[in-house]
Design a protein around this ligand. Structure first.
Ligand code: 6R9
Length: 656
């Protein structure tokens, strides 16, 4: 595993940039971090019992943690009872904060008016949607698939599910009908919430039509589809199955109580890619997740009441779950929710929104920063960013150049940058510097959050100490840890706890320096990270081989200036099939249909053969090097069944 890593020396390795807000009244100073971190490790139950007080419990937990990584069994707050929607909305209203702004919705088209909802208004919307779901027959424990764009109703749908104890499974609106069908089927979801269409960059995304196509698949059968009218386009309505929200929701009760949930009752399923097989339905439960996202949001974003927070992620990813929906609302925050994209109508859109709503805390992905950086400083400088006091990134390693640009140009050297490393499976931020507390190193995520014990191991599992590089494991549970893979607990154990027994293996490579800062170097498994989206190479391969003309496919990542990693596909065709540019276009289109636009191959390399060992194993190491245009370091090719294949692959690569 480790030998696949390219741990390149990074610029700025040694430089510690002092946090510009050192000495400012932040939630946590360096001394407090040291004290709290030490306490969280030496007495985790006392620490997490205290953090649980951020929430209102129906019955307070007396047992805090109860977990083991061998055998795998993870429980937090197991005798506690609460409702996360109550904590996100009702209790703020009951405390007299109903008039505080919860969501500021900015539509795709800047000419169209936005929408601002107070906590009381958001609660009323959620109650109505929750009542509608009940009317459709949704019960506690039912799975509800949410296939929505970045609009208020997306967040409302999630909260409505958690209010009545239904398990939401949000599927990113950019996934194709095929991908959606697989996810509906896998968790046996009986209900879908969607819209007529989404709007992105001035284009209409036909989400309802995609749902119809998904439901045409064999074995995909749902009781009801709830359709929100958003774009105002005509859609097909299947009588008895499809319901317009504005019709069926018109006369529901203005009262829908919160379902009392055990802390370990499931809250949501979120599909994510791994190195093998189909995407896994990562399962999060209620109490631990709620405490974890409430606590991380408080400290990591150093959020103070009244400030405007904006996370530019999508609710279809875990970042949207934890830091658009649950984390900010549990903290009573005011936040922006943006439907559109960074370059529509122009490359200044992000900063226009920052100026318009006086955003104080901004959180985005390195891929967006790199794309904006390419357009120069003018679109940034055209807008007033004086409200910004904290900048964050997530989703992939940030290269020091992009970090510098974010810091110098966007933040004008006045705002700390938090580079937050975490995963769908971790529920919330695991490694980051804390604003005001820690100096920053461009390209390093920084220090472990409270309760997090990272460990670096070599491929044999030997623990590596001090400044070193290795495979990143976490050796003790934390409240927001995923509990299972929905419907397949064995797969959960196998994927995360069998590589290094007794440890949670993240799949990431990592370097630790002399100052105990952590530098994530990227995945060490067959997962690639394209524009911050996780994708299994196996998924793209299986999409390719499902095409009737394809015999075999091998997919690898390669460095890409904007996306971080691009998708490079080597494809062999069935005997007798002619290669042509049209076929390449057709195959790229086929992957889009099977998975979605985010999986579109950047390079499709038709080749008569793939490099294989005599036992028939594809030598991916070689394919990765060729995709990277790195021919000097192909390593040992003597075990190849036909070493000549390599020369023809290099020739093919040089020709594109
Ligand atoms: C939150 C999220 C997880 C994978 C993770 C890692 C990469 C995320 C990162 C980062 C370097 C960061 N990743 N944040 N790498 N620095 N700050 O992105 O979850 O979609 O599950 O992806 O993303 O490789 O393993 P998810």
């Amino acid at each position: 595993m480790l030998d696949r890593l390219d741990i390149k020396a990074r610029a700025g390795d040694k430089t510690i940039i002092p946090s510009p807000q050192e000495g400012a009244p932040t939630h946590c100073t360096a001394e407090e971090y040291d004290r709290l971190y030490a306490e969280s490790i030496s007495n985790p139950d006392a620490f997490w019992a205290k953090q649980a007080q951020r929430l209102d419990w129906i019955s307070k937990p007396t047992k805090i943690s109860n977990w083991s990584f061998d055998p795998v069994d993870i429980k937090w707050y197991e005798d506690g009872c609460l409702n996360i929607c109550y904590n996100a909305l009702d209790r703020h209203v009951e405390a007299g904060r109903g008039d505080v702004t919860a969501l500021i919705f900015e539509p795709d088209d800047p000419e169209q008016g936005g929408r601002t909802l107070t906590y009381a208004e958001l609660l009323a919307d959620v109650v109505k949607m929750a009542g509608t779901l009940k009317k459709l027959g949704v019960k506690k424990g039912d799975r509800v698939t949410i296939y929505m764009p970045m609009i208020v109703e997306g967040a409302v749908a999630m909260l409505a599910c958690s209010r009545i104890g239904a398990i939401h499974s949000v599927v990113f609106g950019g996934f194709s009908p095929e991908a959606l069908a697989g996810r509906i089927k896998d968790c046996k979801s009986n209900y879908v919430i969607t819209v007529d269409a989404g709007l992105r960059g001035g284009k209409t995304v036909p989400l309802k039509a995609n749902v119809d196509a998904a439901l045409d698949h064999d074995g995909v059968d749902v009781a009801a589809v709830l359709v929100v009218n958003h774009a105002g386009i005509d859609v097909a309505i299947t009588e008895g199955r499809d319901h317009w929200y504005h019709e069926i929701g018109a006369d529901v009760d203005a009262d829908c109580p919160c379902e009392p949930m055990n802390a370990e009752d499931p809250l949501f399923i979120l599909y994510t890619s791994g190195s093998t097989g189909t995407p896994k339905g990562v399962l999060h439960t209620t109490g631990g997740y709620a405490v974890w996202v409430a606590t991380t949001f408080h400290y990591v974003f150093d959020y103070k009441l009244g400030e405007v927070f904006w996370c530019s992620a999508d609710i279809g990813w875990v970042t949207g779950h934890s830091y658009i929906v649950y984390g900010p609302l549990l903290n009573g925050a005011t936040e922006v929710m943006f439907e559109g994209i960074p370059n529509y109508p122009d490359f200044g859109r992000f900063w226009e929104i920052v100026a318009k709503y006086k955003v104080n805390i901004f959180y985005t992905a390195p891929t967006a920063i790199r794309a904006l950086m390419r357009e120069g400083e003018a679109p940034v400088k055209a807008h007033d960013r004086s409200s910004i006091r904290l900048l964050g990134t997530v989703g992939e390693p940030i290269n020091p150049e992009a970090w510098r640009w974010y810091y110098d140009v966007v933040g004008e050297g006045k705002s700390p940058i938090i580079d937050t490393w975490w995963q769908t499976e971790t529920g919330g931020t695991m490694i980051t510097t804390l604003p005001g507390a820690h100096g920053m190193k461009p390209g390093s995520a920084g220090k472990p959050f409270f309760g997090i014990q990272p460990q670096l191991v070599d491929n044999e599992g030997t623990v590596l100490e001090g400044a070193t590089s290795g495979n990143l494991c976490i050796i003790a549970s934390w409240p927001g840890q995923a509990r299972s893979v929905y419907g397949d607990h064995e797969r959960f154990i196998h994927t995360y706890f069998s590589t290094y027994k007794g440890k949670y293996f993240t799949g990431d490579g990592c370097k630790r320096d002399e100052d105990d800062y952590y530098w994530i170097t990227g995945r060490v498994d067959d997962v690639i990270n394209v524009s911050g989206h996780r994708m299994g190479t196996a998924e793209v391969e299986s999409a390719l081989v499902s095409h009737p003309k394809v015999a075999e496919a091998a997919v690898v990542g390669y460095p890409h200036d904007i996306k971080g990693q691009g998708i490079y596909c080597y494809v062999t065709l069935n005997a007798g099939v002619e290669t042509s540019e049209e076929l390449i276009t057709e195959l790229r289109g086929h992957v889009r249909i099977e998975i979605g636009p985010i999986a579109t191959p950047d390079h499709l390399h038709l080749t008569p053969a793939l490099p294989k060992t005599r036992s028939g194993k594809i030598m991916r190491r070689i394919l990765r090097k060729i995709a990277e245009n790195d021919y000097g370091a192909l390593g040992d090719t003597s075990t190849l069944a036909d070493p000549g294949v390599v020369d023809s692959l290099i020739e093919g690569r040089l020709n594109r």
